[in-house]
Design a protein around this ligand. Structure first.
Ligand code: NAP
Length: 250
């Protein structure tokens, strides 16, 4: 129970990596606030399951596409009179197109949800974060490598990694460590929206040096590691979690 009485707020906790993060932190004693956009029924189900682990759990709707909603959400959290120990900016969206087909509207949408939204939320919630707390942004290797049809998402993740460094510098004196985790491709709902499914399957089935499949657990466990006291001097770093996949030249 290393996180007993700690408070985690994770965006996009209703599915995939975010959902796994909720369970892993709850199993270690953390109280959870998680956000969703689409299904309040599914969110309530997760909330009930988390409570069965003996922690407090609250789900809240938050669409990062609206700055109004982000500000309203942050005000609601402040009214709960809680202090946050861990904020994980996990939610993301985006339009899967290359740099020529991407429109300005696609660009604005993706940058808002994946970069500007997490920045505004972090800025607002940093006001109610404890000393020795953590902000973790979930990124992807598409920030520095070309992945087909990943243009606006890749650019937004590059921005998110840069936001990580700047906020890490500005918030370190307040005892808030900011880092990002770069997750390699793994099976969640998100990748079903990629248009080039046969290529995606090839990447997913590619053997990394560990010979193990990358799972949402692996990402959640790195988030746990970054939230332990032992990681206190890790500031503004992007931790790549890919089982050594990118060590291979081809
Ligand atoms: N899967 C991968 O291969 C992979 C690789 C590298 C990085 N990542 C990153 O890991 C994170 C989680 O990805 P995932 O694969 O777990 O995704 P996922 O299964 O598609 O889940 C996305 C989550 O984000 C929420 N969300 C979607 N649009 C939103 C919006 N406009 N505002 C607020 N929340 C929104 C969703 O809420 P609803 O359930 O209500 O729709 C859901 O909880 C993302 O940052 C992604 O870029 C994923």
């Amino acid at each position: 129970m290393i996180f007993k009485n700690k408070m985690l707020l994770v965006t996009g906790g209703s599915r995939g990596i975010g959902k796994k993060i909720c369970y892993e932190f709850a199993q270690r004693g953390a109280n959870i606030i998680f956000t969703y956009v689409r299904s309040s029924t599914e969110a309530k189900k997760i909330e009930t399951e988390l409570k069965k682990l003996g922690v407090n759990a609250i789900s809240k709707k938050l669409n990062l596409n609206s700055n109004n909603d982000i500000n309203k959400f942050a005000d609601e959290i402040k009214k709960l009179n809680v202090k946050i120990d861990f904020l994980i900016n996990n939610a993301a969206s985006g339009v899967m197109k290359n740099s020529i087909e991407t429109t300005e509207k696609h660009w604005d949408w993706t940058m808002q949800i994946n970069a500007k939204g997490p920045w505004i939320l972090s800025k607002k919630l940093s006001e109610i974060m404890n000393k020795n707390s953590r902000i973790i942004n979930i990124s992807s290797p598409g920030s520095s490598k070309v992945l087909k049809n990943y243009f606006s998402i890749g650019v937004s993740k590059a921005a998110l990694e840069s936001i990580t460094r700047y906020m890490a510098y500005d918030l370190a004196p307040k005892g808030i460590n900011v880092n990002s985790i770069s997750a390699s491709l793994l099976e969640t709902d998100a990748i079903q929206h990629f248009p080039n499914q046969s290529e995606i399957k090839k990447i997913l089935n590619r053997k990394n040096p560990t010979q193990k499949k990358l799972l949402t657990d692996h990402i959640a466990k790195v988030a746990i590691m970054l939230c332990t006291e032992e990681s206190e001097m890790i500031i503004g770093q992007n931790i790549l979690v890919d089982g050594g996949d990118t060590l291979l030249l081809s």
